[in-house]
Design a protein around this ligand. Structure first.
Ligand code: PLP
Length: 360
């Protein structure tokens, strides 16, 4: 296997869904948020794995993502589109039975005009000031909403990853106050962070995304990805020899340096350099050295007796959040940056046993 291989553990993702589901009461439903192609991991494979685990409600960002997910899931499960009804989307929503999360008074009116008998959800702005109807917009469309009868009322927390942030309780109160003005419908406020805030935040449906994929703030998540990079060259570097662009790393001793095939074009952000990132040969950790190139990284393997064919940069020892910390970003961005040059391998009982190696 000469290519870098991204292994996606569908059983870990299913287990993370079940663990988040177990955090809330019996009468709270747990959805799966699979926007951006399931945070870069492949909605066509992750969706069916969550369906098998028991998920019946899904969220995507865009109507096109919803159409692709519908093809993978088949008829039945609810698929909500977080961007709502965007111009030109009505036909795709109708054809693929997708429920838009109506985000503004204009979307509500547009929806009633174009898809009056279709299902919808409504998103309220409880204080994040990003998407959703605020109090005055809501007042202006109460009549159409009482005719449309949204099947879900949702809002999103801005600070759920900071449990002590006062905005959490403020948004919860604002959400209840706004939702009480609508005809009764199931309510949803919590993403991964909100699930962890506890039962006051769960309402009828929770919407975890990143926690399914092993990311913070769900510290107990099982890591879902392993990324193994092929060693394509090993060379000896004398003391004082520089490695890579800018000679940014200089050998402090006679060194052996491995060059691996993957770089910032594959989502190994240039900013991870200097952030104490390791490459793993089994248990042995070797430091990433020098700059990250577009297609290559370099690793100090001097202390390895044998250099294996591949070294791992993501695994249970070094997660997407560790790489994120090194790069000054968040695990979400690492996940969604993982590029399409990797060979993607799906493993676990939830993967189709006949075709465990296939691209999503
Ligand atoms: C992305 C998103 C989620 C999932 O958030 P995570 O933090 O990944 O769990 C839930 N709801 C909305 C509206 C979102 O945009």
């Amino acid at each position: 296997m000469a290519r870098a291989t991204l292994t996606i553990d569908l059983d870990a993702i299913a287990a993370n869904w079940r663990a988040l589901d177990a955090r809330s009461g019996r009468d709270v439903e747990t959805a799966g948020v699979l926007k951006a192609d399931a945070y870069g991991l492949g909605a066509a494979r992750v969706g069916p794995a969550l369906l098998a685990a028991g998920a019946r409600v899904f969220f995507v960002a865009l109507a096109e993502e919803g159409a692709a997910l519908r093809a993978a899931l088949g008829p039945g499960p609810a698929i909500h589109v977080l961007s709502g009804l965007l111009p030109g989307d009505a036909e795709i929503l109708r054809t693929h039975d997708l429920s838009p999360c109506l985000n503004s008074a204009a979307q509500v009116i547009d929806f009633e005009n174009t898809l009056p008998n279709h299902t919808c959800a409504v998103q309220l702005d409880s204080g994040m000031h990003r998407l959703g109807l605020n109090a005055s917009e809501l007042a202006s469309v109460l009549d159409p909403l009482s005719r449309l009868r949204p099947r879900l009322v949702l809002s999103h927390l801005a600070c759920a990853d900071a449990p002590d942030h006062p905005q959490n309780a403020n948004q919860r109160r604002a959400f209840i106050d706004l939702a009480n003005r609508l005809p009764p419908a199931p309510r949803s406020l919590a993403a991964t962070g909100g699930v962890l805030l506890g039962p006051d935040y769960h309402f009828d449906l929770t919407r975890p995304g990143v926690g399914l994929f092993g990311g913070l703030p769900f510290t107990e998540a099982r890591p879902a990805v392993t990324l193994a990079l092929p060693v394509i060259q090993v060379r000896e570097v004398a003391t004082g020899g520089g490695v890579g662009y800018g000679a940014a790393w200089v050998a402090p001793r006679p060194s052996r340096v491995a060059t691996l095939s993957a770089g910032y074009a594959d989502g190994l952000l240039r900013a991870i350099a200097g952030g104490a990132v390791q490459l793993f040969a089994g248990e042995r950790a070797c430091p990433l050295i020098g700059r990250v190139s577009m297609d290559l990284v370099t690793v100090d393997v001097t202390d390895l007796a044998d250099v294996p064919s591949h070294l791992e940069i993501l695994n249970a020892r070094q997660t997407v959040d560790d790489l994120a910390r090194a790069a000054g970003t968040i695990g979400y961005e690492i996940l969604t940056s993982l590029g399409d040059r990797y060979e993607r391998v799906y493993k676990g009982a939830a993967a189709d046993p006949g075709a465990i190696s296939g691209r999503a």
